[in-house]
Design a protein around this ligand. Sequence first.
Ligand code: ADP
Length: 245
Amino acid sequence: MSLLTITNLGMNFDGFQALNAVDLTLSEGEKHAIIGPNGAGKTTFFNCITRHLKPTTGSVTYWDSELTVLKPHQIVKLGIARSFQRINIYPELTVFENVQVALIADHGQIFNMIRPGASLYRDEVARMLELVSLSDDADAMAGVMSYGKQKQLELAVALASEPDLLLLDEPTAGMSPQETIDSITLIGKIAEARKLTLLFTEHDMNVVFSIADRLSVLHHGELIATGRPDEIRQNPEVRRIYLGE
Ligand code: ADP
């Protein structure tokens, strides 16, 4: 049985077909990249999976749960987490507090958000920070850290809900070459350690080929190819459309 089964997924914005009849299945533990030029529909695809958008057609099944009828927070509860292209952390809280708040929210303890107290989830926060190599930055104000470290923190926040499936929207966008290498190494390491299934969009082909087991190519909202990196590299349609050959 597949972890995620997407069938005939379509998204129409006032007559503009941003996604059209997309079919895709993901196996447990797979690291799957979605590639395609700007405007191809990658973010829309993610938004339809996590129900930040309601798709016009089709279904998204996670194990045996139909996601298109759920709300984003119910989807998180099923074990699906995501990051966004835009940094999505609290800049005026410390690194520690950002992860702590994510844990409190995940446990539904809203009243604890007002004054969490330093000890709440201390060990869990420490574990998350160690996982993303931010233990030494626990007391730093999140907003003043480097962009690369803010993305690491975002990863810790996403991991706080203990997901099985993690969606990352351009995890290395805006990073320096060194930050990109560090970040990809980290993501690969975490995915292995936590047996995560990873679905990510990415522009940088070196990144894609270094961590993806399989990838899919979106073009004008249509999924034109899915396969292993070596298969995609050889695909004449992909070479023509995406690599400009
Ligand atoms: P990508 O992530 O591959 O760059 P997007 O999913 O962001 O592509 O966008 C796909 C297409 O859908 C683009 O042409 C974009 O302008 C359009 N689009 C995305 N969101 C909306 C929206 N909320 N309303 C109308 N058009 C949208």
